[in-house]
Design a protein around this ligand. Sequence first.
Ligand SMILES: [Zn+2]
Length: 128
Amino acid sequence: METENSVPDLYELAFMPGQFRCPKCGFQWSIQTINVAQGKIGTTEENRQAPDCPNDGTRMLHVTYREQLEAYADRLKEELDNRDLEKQSHDAEIRRIATELGIPWPCSVELIVSGIREVNQLAMRTKF
Ligand SMILES: [Zn+2]
């Protein structure tokens, strides 16, 4: 149990507990211990020792909070970029359908949906 006067754990202040990254291949490994009795997830002295990378045997490095936050920021940016690309692709597809239906672009999605309904109804009528 920590008290206000307890000495801070410098390892946990400097590094993401139990996070290691291989400088050679970039593999990141999380080694943590669950202490059910204390209700904590963290590291022990043994699993604070940097392991060798399981891919290439290179000694792994401790991951700092800054490195991890930068990795999270890069991942978030990548996700947002992908989302923008998906939206552009989605918009291009809607535009293609509108053009195919002869609906002037830009238009609302509702207009395209009603255009698709009309085409389907026309197709049903010609079928029977
Ligand atoms: Zn590696």
